[in-house]
Design a protein around this ligand. Structure first.
Ligand SMILES: Nc1ncnc2c1ncn2[C@@H]1O[C@H](COP(=O)(O)OP(=O)(O)O)[C@@H](O)[C@H]1O
Ligand SMILES: CC(=O)N[C@@H](CCC(=O)OP(=O)(O)O)C(=O)O
Length: 265
């Protein structure tokens, strides 16, 4: 049987922090035909709000050290402020969006990251095979557009902070059993760049060997490393296509025009 197409789109914190870019992106997202899921970050807003409350934001290897006060802030910011505003805007543009944490409908089960050398606090690693694609498919079939924020739960009442890139990859992998799934990471640059300050230096395609080399040469660094690790994990676990590109270029998907960096294995 021919599988239906599904787009899982992740939007990053720098776009969420810029209302003009966010609105443009949400309009283009709504215009995408067929089944779609949005996963949003919001790390930048969480950092601003934490610091305005006198709670210092600490990141190690792109992951937020989430003590109890920080967990309260990210719960308010991700599940409340950002998720509900994104849902309201999508409703305005015509998508029947429904906002979710991983606890809602038991969508995403995670385990508190064990303390080794670093104590990340209330950070959750998604439990393998814990995302039930049937539950998400029910929402899609009922005409809803699920909008996930960066929170999961451990099944024992504890919310956990989980990186949004990781959530997008895990959701795309789980649903690729049922749909021909394309995962798109949207952020504020044209894609993976040879020179981070030059949008004309876009790398149109990248495979794991090329990735290793670009990492060694420090052409790829910081937040792009975990993003690409998540992206390659998705492509090797059944996701049909993964693209990393600018939030302004999402509309290109509709016309099937190539944009951003496409992953290959
Ligand atoms: N080669 C590269 N091309 C593009 N961005 C890169 C590259 N190397 C590092 N980066 C950095 O990675 C960042 C994206 O990662 P991150 O901030 O985690 O994204 P997001 O906001 O989508 O979660 C970019 O803003 C950029 O600063
Ligand atoms: C554990 C962890 O680091 N969680 C992330 C979740 C938000 C996120 O991923 O936001 P962006 O996509 O905007 O970076 C954080 O709190 O920053």
């Amino acid at each position: 049987m021919l599988m239906q197409a599904l787009h899982v789109i992740k939007i990053g914190g720098n776009v969420i922090d810029n209302s003009e870019n966010l609105h443009r992106f949400l309009k283009d997202f709504t215009a995408l035909e067929g089944h779609k899921i949005l996963v949003h970050g919001g790390g930048k807003v969480a950092t601003q709000i934490s610091e305005s409350m006198g709670i210092e934001a600490k990141m190690i290897d792109g992951r937020r050290i989430t003590d109890i006060d920080t967990l309260r802030v990210v719960t308010m910011v991700y599940a409340g402020l950002i998720n509900k505003n994104v849902v309201a805007q999508l409703q305005r543009y015509g998508a029947n969006a429904i906002g979710l944490t991983g606890a809602d409908g038991n969508m995403i089960h995670a385990r508190k990251r064990p303390v080794k050398t670093i104590d990340y606090g209330f950070v959750g690693d998604i439990v393998e095979n814990s995302i039930n694609p049937e539950n998400i498919a029910k929402l899609l079939d009922a005409g809803f557009t699920p909008v996930f924020c960066a929170l999961t739960h451990d099944g024992e009442g504890q919310l956990l902070n989980t990186n949004a890139d990781t959530i997008a990859s895990a959701v795309a992998v789980a649903l690729s059993e049922h749909y021909e799934t394309t995962l798109v990471y949207c952020f504020e640059k044209k894609g993976v760049l040879h020179d981070i300050n030059d949008d004309d230096s876009l790398i149109r395609e990248i495979n794991p060997e090329h990735y290793l080399k670009l990492k060694e040469e420090q052409i790829i660094h910081s937040g792009m490393i975990p993003k690409l690790d998540n992206a390659f994990a998705a492509i090797s676990c059944g996701v049909k296509a993964v693209i990393i590109g600018h939030s302004d270029d999402l509309g290109q998907l509709k016309g099937n025009t190539a944009f951003g960096t496409r992953l290959s294995n």
